[in-house]
Design a binder for this molecule. Structure first.
Ligand code: FAD
Ligand code: UDP
Length: 380
């Protein structure tokens, strides 16, 4: 028998499973897809180019124990992620930083405003766009308006179907205005990609005598929840269940469907060495897609014929067969609906909710791994 059943073999489920297995407990992972690694799944395409099937993923963290934990299962391709935005045909660095400022406004005016920004916020600080827009100084507000109009407005409309003012400020705060010349997308100490890919890293993580993985199995086929009791293959089950799937689906959508944004990934292959010269180009004032990723620039892959790119087209998730819920949409109404499902889950003392879907929260890889380690440690 299993001491713990983990639903989902993404980062959340895999990290938790490994940590629990190392405590000498038997773990069963149930995954509905035919592969492990969740949305971090990567694989070679038909041209032997390593692609990320569910969108580009870059590992970045300041959390030592997460970096150390992952490093047990992979070496790293050292990579500092940089993004440019295509603004009316010109490529400018994102996040908007002092270099971008001088590029857009020229050395003289740009330099003057840079001095003001440094005096106001301090060199090296990172200021959310919605905060910058509230500044009393007219020339700073002019910059804020430029960035809002040219970097955030259209991209956010595409990604969320709403303007930056309408969505949670935490979302746009992920890409602040950087008061320095640092043009990295992330500020974390550790940044990179698993040398051979995320999938081999997770494969190694799950390679443990106490872990069994059952793929292509929806947990509803084997697990049921009734009046505070859990059943596994129709028998009462008293071990832990760590659930990393969508919480509304676990309870048959009984309070209604939680809203999500989804993405349609369109992959294209070109018989040339280089498509765009950058790993990611954001389209912030034009096109229906938000960004184009060119995988070779992300993974450092030198072999393989030609180059493969992916364009991301956001849309509202409806729950139709084949659609994937990627982004929870935080607002009062949705959070209240989520709380109903969370209360329902609390009727089952050994049921633990973990991950982007189960917690209906925007987590990076490192944050959910950190949470998974905590959860595993709390299980006796
Ligand atoms: P998931 O990866 O979604 O795993 C959940 C698993 O549960 C899935 O495999 C699913 O199939 C399975 N499952 C669901 N329901 C059931 C069921 N009923 N039965 C059985 N199995 C089930 N983070 C970063 O740190 N860096 C990045 O660069 C980055 N880029 C991103 C780009 C995109 C486009 C997106 C959408 C996210 C990105 N993230 C990034 C976030 C990252 O994807 C998440 O932090 C991480 O994947 C969360 O892992 P998880 O295990 O919670 O969820
Ligand atoms: N964003 C934007 N323009 C950009 C980059 C980001 O408007 O060029 C906004 C957009 O609302 C996005 C949010 O900032 O959803 C967070 O961006 P991030 O790159 O962190 O999103 P991720 O792809 O990681 O979810």
């Amino acid at each position: 028998m299993y001491d713990c059943i983990v639903v989902g073999a993404g980062i959340a489920g895999s990290v938790a499973a490994r940590k629990i297995a190392e405590k000498g407990k038997k773990v069963l992972i149930i995954e509905k897809r035919n592969h492990i690694a969740g949305n971090c799944y990567d694989c070679p395409d038909e041209n032997n180019i390593l692609i990320h099937l569910y969108g580009p993923h870059i590992f970045h963290t300041n959390v030592e124990r997460v970096y150390e934990f992952f490093s047990r299962f992979t070496d790293w391709y050292d990579f500092r992620h940089k993004v440019v935005a295509n603004v009316h045909g010109e490529l400018i660095p994102v996040p908007f930083n002092l270099n971008t400022l001088r590029k857009v406004y020229g050395e003289e005016e740009g330099g003057r405003i840079a001095d003001k920004l440094i005096a106001e916020y301090g060199y090296g600080s990172r200021v959310p766009i919605m905060k910058l827009r509230e500044n009393k100084d007219e020339s700073i507000r002019k910059i804020a308006d430029y960035v809002y109009e040219n970097i955030f407005l259209r991209y956010t409309m595409k990604q969320w179907g709403q303007t930056p003012d309408q969505i949670s400020p935490d979302v746009t705060a992920r890409v602040p205005i950087v008061i320095s010349e640092d043009d990295g997308y992330f500020a974390d100490k550790y940044q990179g990609l698993p040398k051979n890919g995320f999938t081999p890293m997770i494969e190694k993580m799950l390679d443990h005598e106490n872990i069994k993985v059952r793929l292509s199995t929806d947990c509803k086929e084997v697990l049921s929840f009734k009046d505070g009791n859990v059943f596994f293959e129709d028998m009462p089950y008293s071990g832990y269940v760590i659930y990393t799937g969508a919480i509304d689906e676990l309870f048959g959508l009984k309070y209604g469907r939680l809203p999500y944004r989804s993405l349609d990934f369109k992959f294209e292959h070109y018989d040339k060495d280089d498509f765009q010269g950058h790993s990611v180009v954001n389209y912030t004032v034009s096109e229906d897609y938000t960004r184009i990723t060119e995988f070779k620039h992300l993974t450092g892959q030198k072999d393989g014929n030609g180059t493969t790119i992916v364009k991301e087209y956001p849309f509202a998730y409806t729950g139709k067969e084949g659609e994937i819920p990627y982004y929870s949409i935080a607002n009062d109404e949705n959070n209240a609906l989520y709380a109903k499902y969370r209360d329902e889950a609390e009727k089952y003392p050994n049921l633990k909710l973990l991950g982007r879907l189960a917690e209906y929260r925007y987590y990076n890889i490192d944050a959910i791994a950190d949470k998974a380690i905590d959860m595993a440690e709390s299980i006796s």
